[in-house]
Design a protein around this ligand. Structure first.
Ligand SMILES: Nc1ncnc2c1ncn2[C@@H]1O[C@H](COP(=O)(O)OP(=O)(O)OP(=O)(O)O)[C@@H](O)[C@H]1O
Length: 389
């Protein structure tokens, strides 16, 4: 029961990751296996109790004797405890029915964005991404506009870092790109086509995500990297891990077969594992949400180097939600998000050297520790900067 609940709660808690990797089938299979185990155990228990309590009838024939009387008394106790079990069994059923009702309600809900409706898009297709006049508010918070006339173009293989105040709507841009939500007004196009025309499942296959706080599932490191990609070979998994600077895996006693839980790696290691997971998909687009919590300097450098490799290859279009100057400086272009729209774009050098830039105002805390003239993407002093928000 514990195992079964664990699988269910992990999959539900990490629903976005499961959706992004189109791994619903994989999780259903895991859950089904656990349910089958519980069912077969319960059946064994029922058969064992039936034999135990039912065998008494075989010896209860003949005249009444002291022995029979003892038996009768014993049976009375058995029947009594049997009835008692029945009542607890009944209350278990009622508890199950109550919990089941809520689960069935959840299962009966129709997704606002049907996963399979629309035309399939090839996961190898490349193209420009365009956010055009996007207005967005969350369905649960109508009337609060998060994005107001948001426009942004990202070229094939380009890397853009979105910077802005905490709560300004940066992660919401990723949510829209992944079609967890649709904009209220405006559209997002990929290669000239509105992404709403694509089936959400095939569209999400085009995108690799590295969320702010990556989710791990109980299982081996290899199975975590291969999440949503169950047919990946060990060689492909190791290649992705190498690309993502996951060298720590080789240092573990059981390497890729090491069993891990949800929180058993450090923040930086989790991020790199999530990068490996995303890279294994060989996505045309990478949506990277940088962790707000600070990593230790070494870990941060390893994460940044992994990101760098992806940016340098220019094979992947990268949209980074960035907080750290060290990451921001690596992107080809920076877009400043304020009041729900882009107020400024440019290269790091361009924005940092303009004394009145919005970027400078926004990053003042981090920039004050830096000699602006020395602010090169590869400057070691940039590497160890902290977060602003
Ligand atoms: N699922 C949701 N439902 C309702 N409101 C939400 C939801 N997710 C985020 N918000 C709200 O939308 C606003 C923008 O959030 P978002 O996470 O996009 O900001 P952010 O710029 O990425 O912040 P941070 O830098 O702290 O990660 C916030 O006010 C937040 O409270």
């Amino acid at each position: 029961m514990g195992e079964m609940t664990k699988v269910a709660s992990e999959a539900l808690a990490a629903l976005r990751t499961v959706q992004a990797y189109n791994a619903n089938g994989q999780e259903e299979k895991k859950f089904h296996e656990r349910v089958t185990t519980v069912l077969s155990l319960a059946r064994k228990e029922a058969v064992a109790s039936a034999i135990f309590f039912g065998s008494g009838t075989l010896v209860s024939n003949g005249a009444i004797s002291v022995g029979d009387l003892t038996s009768l008394l014993l049976y009375t106790v058995y029947v009594g405890s049997g009835l008692q079990m029945l009542t607890s069994f009944f209350s278990s059923i009622m508890r199950g029915v109550g919990a089941g009702t809520r689960i069935f309600e959840l299962l009966d809900r129709n997704p606002a964005i049907p996963p399979e409706t629309g035309i399939p898009v090839s996961s190898t297709r490349h193209g420009q991404i365009k956010f055009e006049g996007i207005h967005f508010e969350y369905p649960s918070r109508r009337g609060v506009e998060i994005l107001k006339d948001f426009n942004l173009d990202i070229g094939v293989g380009e890397s853009v870092a979105i910077v802005g105040k905490s709560g300004g709507g940066k992660s919401s841009i990723h949510s829209l790109l992944l079609r967890y939500y649709d904009p209220v007004k405006g559209k997002i196009t990929f290669d000239g086509q509105d992404i709403r025309e694509f089936s959400a499942t095939s569209w999400r296959n085009v995108i690799g995500i590295v969320p702010q706080d990556p989710v791990l599932f109980t299982g081996t490191i290899a199975s975590n990297i291969a999440f949503g990609n169950p047919n990946a070979t060990r060689e492909q998994i190791e290649h992705a891990a190498r690309e993502a600077n996951c060298e720590f895996v080789w240092g573990m006693p059981k390497g890729f077969d090491t069993e891990i839980g949800r929180q058993s790696l450090s923040g930086g290691q989790r991020q790199r594992l999530a990068i490996a997971r995303a890279l294994l998909k060989k996505p045309a687009i990478l949506a990277l949400d940088e962790a707000t919590s600070s990593l230790d300097a070494t870990s941060e450098r390893r994460v940044n180097d992994a990101v760098d490799k992806i940016l340098q290859s220019r094979q992947t279009t990268v949209l980074i939600v960035a907080h750290r100057l060290s990451t921001i400086a690596r992107a080809e272009r920076i877009a400043v998000l304020e009041e729900g729209r882009i107020t400024e774009t440019g290269t790091y050098r361009h924005l940092v050297n303009r004394p009145d830039s919005r970027f400078r105002a926004l990053m003042a805390a981090q920039l004050s520790n830096l000699d602006v003239q020395d602010a090169r993407p590869d400057s070691p002093r940039v590497e160890t900067e902290d977060t602003t928000n």
